[in-house]
Design a protein around this ligand. Structure first.
Ligand SMILES: Cc1cc2nc3c(=O)[nH]c(=O)nc-3n(C[C@H](O)[C@H](O)[C@H](O)COP(=O)(O)O)c2cc1C
Length: 231
């Protein structure tokens, strides 16, 4: 029943985005185009009988290194029978927290009307949250950071819902300390989310937008698949 609600809600959110976009086109004078919401950023990948998983892929490039790593992880999770909803947040409007505090006085609702509104209900119902990001300036993307900041709206007495957490990252460098900042930050984030089951995968040595063709070592894709398969 719970799983059905998760899938239903995810399909509803994806569908209402299409409708919302049509409405926005009709109301161009109300919402500037640059702030319009993408209509297809949430995809229901599978509806299995296992865990309910929300995957946030925060790179701006589809089929890039991070997307490929994420999809490999998802393939594994799907093979293991989980329910997976993937949100590509790299190119949608998702602002950081404004710190207005209104959420703490109006039933934990954030007043910022952007893509996060579609993600709140799916996040609320998921068992596991997967965050995928390329390393940008030694840490996660600004989009992912915005998502994390906006969770403040649903906190009660500084307490957050408990979730299993998975972090998937790619980077150009492949040094001993390439992922240090992100890793340290993730310890805090997964701690805030209840310190439940925590998994991380860091794929260094990728070729990104500086190269003619992006490249991620196939061994990373295999490892990510196995991580998803063994969730
Ligand atoms: C703005 C920007 C900042 C980056 N910062 C770093 C960095 O600090 N360390 C690093 O190893 N790679 C860095 N990279 C490289 C990316 O992390 C790497 O190419 C990644 O695999 C790209 O993933 P994508 O194909 O999903 O976009 C940066 C790339 C960009 C565009």
């Amino acid at each position: 029943m719970e799983r059905r609600k998760f899938i239903k809600r995810s399909i509803f959110m994806a569908g209402s985005m299409v409708l919302g976009n049509a409405l926005m086109t009709a109301c161009k004078n109300v919402i500037p185009e640059s702030e319009s919401l993408a209509n297809d950023f949430i995809n229901v990948v599978s509806s299995g009988t296992g865990q309910k998983i929300l995957v946030l892929m925060s790179a701006g490039t589809k089929e890039g290194n991070t997307d490929r790593l994420t999809n490999a992880w998802i393939d594994g999770a799907v093979a293991a029978g989980h329910s997976v909803v993937k949100a590509n947040i790299g190119n949608v409007r998702l602002d950081g927290c404004r710190g207005c505090g209104v959420c703490q006085r109006n039933g934990n609702r954030c007043v910022v009307n952007d893509s996060m509104q579609q993600l709140y209900p799916i996040f609320a119902e998921c068992d596991t949250i997967v965050m995928a990001s390329p390393i940008y300036f030694w840490t996660i993307t600004a989009k992912l950071k915005s998502f994390i900041e906006r969770l403040y709206a649903i906190s009660v007495n500084d307490k957050y819902p408990a979730k299993n957490t998975v972090l998937l990252m790619t980077a150009g460098d492949d040094g001993e300390h390439t992922f240090d900042h992100a890793q340290n930050y993730w310890k805090i984030v997964s701690g805030v989310l209840g310190n439940k089951s925590i998994a991380t995968y860091f794929a260094g040595g990728c070729k990104g937008c500086e190269a003619d063709n992006r490249y991620i070592d196939p061994k990373h894709l295999e490892n990510a698949y196995n991580l998803g398969r063994n969730l």
